[in-house]
Design a protein around this ligand. Structure first.
Ligand code: MG
Length: 374
């Protein structure tokens, strides 16, 4: 931590916490943030929330928890290599998906539909809402009272209307300023992690085939490299040897391009980072290959009929849950009835549903709609 670049986020340069606290004795401020995130209830729930596959579909698929750990690991490697604050990067990465609903993107889209005339629902804003308000663990404040830069990194995107409501934290979206390099790293580490693990999970599930993937340059190029080094590798091993090369190539490309941009922009301070265009980036050619991989995954995995069947059911489940609670708020657990009185019934319902794990949502749906369950 002593060899941080002058434009990294440092404890001493931080804009601090909303509620002032004594400095930690043995940890850095951002280590403390990471620890608070790891101890939170929302973090533990990530284990039972999914990205693409629903939690009960198989034990080997990524969950939001393992995804977040992969993002943190990739992001920390990048941060260290660039002399940036890897404690901050770890905190942001571990918190970035806290606000996700059950059932992955289908769940978030459905909840957003339900909330359309009540301010909408966005998982990214929900992650912030969790760390700022919803976690109830401390005597002196609601939420986790995280450092400004951790919260800034969690809030990846935001509409101008919402940005205005968020005050200081939202200001950069209105002024067109960039977040810290640490936040920029987490953004792209997220992309590297999910593109690669979705290939892995897609193959494991049998929804994707190697033959299909050979049409994706990024995959084909690295499969060929693996074949050169290890001819005749059996299936799973060949897949791993390919994917680990893909991750390595993406990280290496990102490091080289980012180092080049940082050298060119020569920021002297964090303020320079905020004012300059994004410096953490892939080369154009890697960016194009990534786009092709994403397009492939969208077409062949996320739109696969078996995935669509699951997401259709997920959507229906979320709508049913929402409708039941809004029709009769007395069905909500007491703490959410309190929240409804403080904010709105719809927002409290969205908080409750968003906090559910996949299997809890399925069970709660059964409890509400089946007379033989209680
Ligand atoms: Mg993510």
């Amino acid at each position: 931590m002593d060899d941080l670049a002058p434009y990294a986020v440092a404890d001493t340069a931080s804009r601090g916490r909303a509620v002032v606290e004594p400095r930690p004795k043995v940890r850095s401020e951002f280590q403390r943030d990471r620890d608070r995130i790891v101890h939170s209830t929302a973090f533990r729930r990530l284990e039972y929330k999914t990205q693409v596959f629903v939690n009960h579909e198989g034990d080997l698929f990524r969950t939001r928890l393992t995804h977040s750990i992969e993002v943190a690991q990739i992001a920390r490697s990048i941060a260290r290599a660039l002399y940036l604050n890897d404690d901050l990067v770890e905190a942001i990465a571990l918190a970035h998906d806290l606000g996700h609903t059950p059932f992955g993107h289908a769940g978030q889209d459905a909840l957003n539909e339900c909330m359309q005339t009540h301010g909408g629902f966005e998982h990214n804003l929900q992650s912030l809402r969790i760390v700022d308000r919803l976690e109830e663990r401390y005597g002196a404040f609601d939420g986790l009272n995280l450092m400004f830069e951790t919260r800034e990194g969690i809030l990846k995107h935001c509409s101008p209307a919402r940005a205005r409501e968020l005050g200081e934290l939202g200001r950069r979206f209105l002024d067109g300023r960039r977040p810290s390099l640490e936040a920029q790293i987490c953004n792209l580490a997220d992309e590297i992690a999910y593109n690669n693990h979705d290939v892995d999970d897609g193959l494991r599930s049998g929804l994707l085939t190697i033959e299909q993937l050979e049409s994706v340059t990024l995959f084909a190029r690295h499969a060929a490299e693996a074949d050169t080094e290890f001819p005749h590798l059996p299936g799973r091993r060949r897949v791993h040897e390919t994917i680990r090369r893909m991750i390595d190539a993406q990280v290496t490309d990102l490091l080289a391009e980012s180092a080049r941009r940082i050298a060119a922009a020569a920021p002297a301070s964090l303020a320079d980072v905020h004012a300059a265009p994004a410096m953490i980036a892939f080369t154009d050619s890697m960016q194009a290959e990534n786009r092709a991989l994403k397009g492939f995954l969208r077409e062949h995995l996320y739109q696969h009929y078996q995935v669509l069947r699951m997401t259709t059911k997920a959507r229906r489940t979320i709508h049913d849950l929402f409708n039941a609670f809004v029709a009769d708020p007395r069905l909500l657990p007491p703490q959410y009835q309190d929240m409804a009185a403080k904010e709105s019934l719809e927002r409290a319902t969205a908080d409750y549903i968003a906090g559910m794990t996949d299997r809890y949502a399925i069970r709660e749906h059964r409890r509400l709609y089946s007379v033989s369950e209680n």
